[in-house]
Design a protein around this ligand. Structure first.
Ligand code: GUN
Length: 294
């Protein structure tokens, strides 16, 4: 766009506001929870924390606060670091049987002496509100998941609620983790995106990223995606939450550079982060409705 005196006016990227979108979702959940209570059903989430990992303590506190906001009952289990694997599995068995409890969340990571996989497998798939159980992962891969992993589902909500159509778009996912990269790829595919997954062994990541209409960055490397790796008009979802030496948070995307070319971009913090808990709340409602045949 030509400007007076030859200056070129640049179109600014729209910032995708995860705080506002997550609040919208929590308000929707709150409304549904109220309707369920009128039917005599109170949604309920069990939150299990083992040990004293400070980050996990913050996450768990935020999850319980969100439950309160949404009108979901939370059962809190704060267990000592030294708890045995069997004791934890016994608690999960008990919660699986408990008709009042609709969702079970075991905050990760677990102490080294506990086998995480064994624990996740023990959670009944219909109460697996994290969407980590292989049964739910399998459903996701055939496009039939009801309980979808929260962060990936949050990415899709951010894209859709910004008015961006995924169908037919070149979607590039950077990172292939089980909790973000792989499931978000499946969800983009279910939305009819043409999906490419990049990882540490990809030959020319820059060339692949440059083809992206929608780019999801989930590598865990601060500022990994640079301005010269994206094309003009790209929609960028930054899943990274990296703590820099100066204590500041930053994403996997070099926001300053990429924002100049993107049409839409999520900030860090305030983008994908708040969506994870909002989608967890949504999963609690889905689990509760399914268990009560509503
Ligand atoms: N630890 C970090 N993120 C998560 C999450 O989404 N769910 C659980 N259960 N633990 C986590």
């Amino acid at each position: 766009m030509k400007f007076k005196r030859g200056l070129v006016k640049r179109k600014m990227a729209k910032i995708i506001d995860g705080k506002t979108i997550s609040l919208d979702i929590k308000n929707e959940v709150k409304q549904i929870a109220e309707n369920l209570v009128e039917k005599g059903v109170k949604p309920c989430l069990a939150v299990i924390l083992v040990g004293q990992n400070p980050a996990s303590q913050v996450y768990v506190r935020n999850k319980k606060t969100a439950c309160e906001y949404c009108g979901i009952k939370s059962l809190s289990y704060e267990l000592d670091e030294s708890i045995s694997e069997k004791e934890l599995l016994d608690l999960i068995d008990k919660l699986n049987e408990n008709k009042e409890c609709n969702g079970i969340l075991v905050q990760l990571p677990l102490p080294k002496h506990i086998d995480e996989n064994k624990v996740l497998l023990r959670i009944s798939p219909e109460k697996d509100v994290d969407g980590f159980h292989p049964y739910n992962v399998g459903l996701l891969s055939i496009g039939k998941a009801e309980l979808k992993a929260c962060t990936p589902a949050g990415c899709i909500e951010l894209i859709k609620r910004s008015g961006v159509d995924i169908s037919g778009k070149n979607c590039v996912v950077v990172g292939r983790s089980n909790i973000v990269g792989k499931p978000v790829s499946m969800l983009l595919l279910a939305e009819n995106g043409t999906v490419t997954i990049c990882h540490s062994k990809t030959k020319d990541i820059k060339a692949v990223c440059k083809e992206a209409d929608i780019l999801v960055a989930a590598v865990g490397i601060p500022n990994f995606i640079k301005g010269d790796m994206v094309k003009e008009g790209v929609v960028v979802i930054d899943v990274g939450i990296n703590r820099l030496e100066n204590g500041k948070l930053c994403g996997d995307v070099d926001f300053e550079e990429v924002e100049k070319k993107a049409s839409y971009i999520t900030p860090v913090p305030g983008g994908v982060g708040p969506m994870t808990i909002a989608m967890l709340m949504k999963n609690c409602i889905v689990a509760c409705k399914n268990q009560n045949n509503i």
